[in-house]
Design a binder for this molecule. Structure first.
Ligand code: NAD
Length: 376
């Protein structure tokens, strides 16, 4: 079975779907690996590294993709690329399925079996394939580093003959995987950190990292069976914003990570709240790709508004492409290994399996995931 890995074409994407370390693992399973020349250059791997690991390096991208049994990518393909895939091929990528109805329909009509890595369930068995978690933890780390670079302040307290410098105040909104890593990173740099999340279970995790959990009573919240936040009502969001505005105004750095699975991110920082912040403060919005938590945020831009910098970076894991690629590659390799049939030395998609039931979105000419079918 041939597994092909093309270079990413999405503007600014620095990650790659497979690193040499995992090429060797897949070759050991009996897979034939082909990679497009230059695949790993943005994340620390030369063509020679891939060749040494057992891959064939190809320069004819179109021919490679047209013949492949399995295609691994980070970002979703274009519609043109889909029409060039072999019928019955398996495509594994971050397909952004809720925002890509046309693409999903095209994959189904091409009879491609498409695996959406975002749809891998958050179960214990699937943990090693969980790209949302691996990329989110890196995004949380990178958000703090970006904020530190934009701030005119240092993070730690410093006592010097020239006076005492107070630690910077960081407020993290949304303490899921990214938020918790942002808290840990900001603490390591010496900041005073506060955090808020609508899921009450998060309080203990926030405290265990040495940060203060901000309490805002917005009424009934809770989480879904999968551990995701439930969407708040408009009235609850209003209460939340009121509860957060004083903390935002006093903070030097605000990092927002609040997301509600499959929906637009809630707007949590209004223009009014931004106006109340101190000049020189920095806001980093990790939810920018799903609509943004901050009013007026623009993807891949730093906007300055009355001295407050609003940073919207669409792919923060792409800021640390070496480790982001390593982790993504490890996740897709775990998925391939889990569903690899040793006898036939091929990937076998049994749609009765819990993990595949959730992440295979198109198969045999149909959209097979009910949630995606409804959204498409
Ligand atoms: P996410 O990216 O969907 O959301 C980020 C955070 O935003 C969440 O903590 C959410 O509660 C929070 N949020 C939503 N609306 C908010 C609002 N209005 N104000 C403040 N915060 C708000 O979530 P995630 O980080 O991907 O993870 C969510 C959950 O999944 C967590 O409980 C995590 O522990 C769980 N999880 C489980 C597994 C597993 O069991 N294998 C793996 C990964 C994550």
């Amino acid at each position: 079975m041939t597994v092909a890995v093309p270079k990413e074409t999405h503007a600014g994407e620095t990650r790659t779907a497979l690193v040499p370390e995992h090429v060797a693992k897949l070759v050991a399973l009996g897979a034939k690996i082909e990679v497009e020349s230059g695949l790993g250059l943005s994340c620390g791997h030369s063509d020679m590294d891939y060749t040494r690991a057992g891959a064939a390096v190809r320069t004819d991208r179109a021919a490679m993709l047209a013949a492949a049994d399995v295609i691994l990518q980070v970002r979703k393909p274009t519609l043109d690329e889909v029409s060039a895939l072999r019928e019955g091929a398996v495509l594994i990528a971050l397909l952004d399925p809720f925002q890509s109805p046309e693409l999903i329909r095209a994959l189904a009509s091409r009879s491609v079996s498409a695996i959406s890595m975002e749809m891998v369930p958050r179960s214990t068995r699937a943990q090693k394939m969980d790209v949302l978690s691996s990329q989110a933890s890196l995004a949380g780390y990178a958000a703090v580093i970006v904020a530190a670079g934009q701030s005119g302040k240092i993070f730690p307290m410093m006592m010097t003959p020239a006076g005492t410098i107070k630690p910077v105040k960081v407020f993290i909104i949304g303490a899921g995987v990214a938020g918790l890593q942002a808290i840990a990173t900001a603490k390591r740099l010496g900041a005073k950190v506060e955090a808020f999340d609508t899921r009450p279970v998060v309080e203990e995790q926030v405290k265990s990292l040495g940060a203060k959990f901000v309490k805002i009573d917005v009424g009934e919240t809770g989480q879904t069976e999968g551990g995701y936040a439930k969407a708040l009502t408009d009235d609850q969001l209003k209460l939340q914003r009121e509860g957060m505005s004083r903390i935002c105004a006093e903070s030097d750095i605000v990092i927002t990570t609040a997301q509600v699975f499959g929906r637009r991110a809630p707007v949590l920082l209004t223009s009014e709240m931004l106006d109340a912040m101190k000049p020189g403060s920095v806001v980093v919005d990790l939810a920018v790709e799903s609509g943004g938590n901050v009013e007026g945020v623009v993807a891949d831009q730093i906007i300055e508004r009355k001295g407050v910098k609003i940073v919207g970076i669409a792919s923060l894991p792409g800021r640390v492409p070496v480790h982001a690629s390593q982790m993504y590659s490890s996740n897709v390799t775990a998925l391939l290994t889990e569903f690899w049939d040793k006898e036939t030395q091929a990937l076998k998609l049994n749609l009765d399996d819990d993990i595949l039931k959730s992440c295979v979105v198109t198969h045999d000419g149909r959209i097979v995931n009910d949630k995606i079918a409804t959204a498409t």
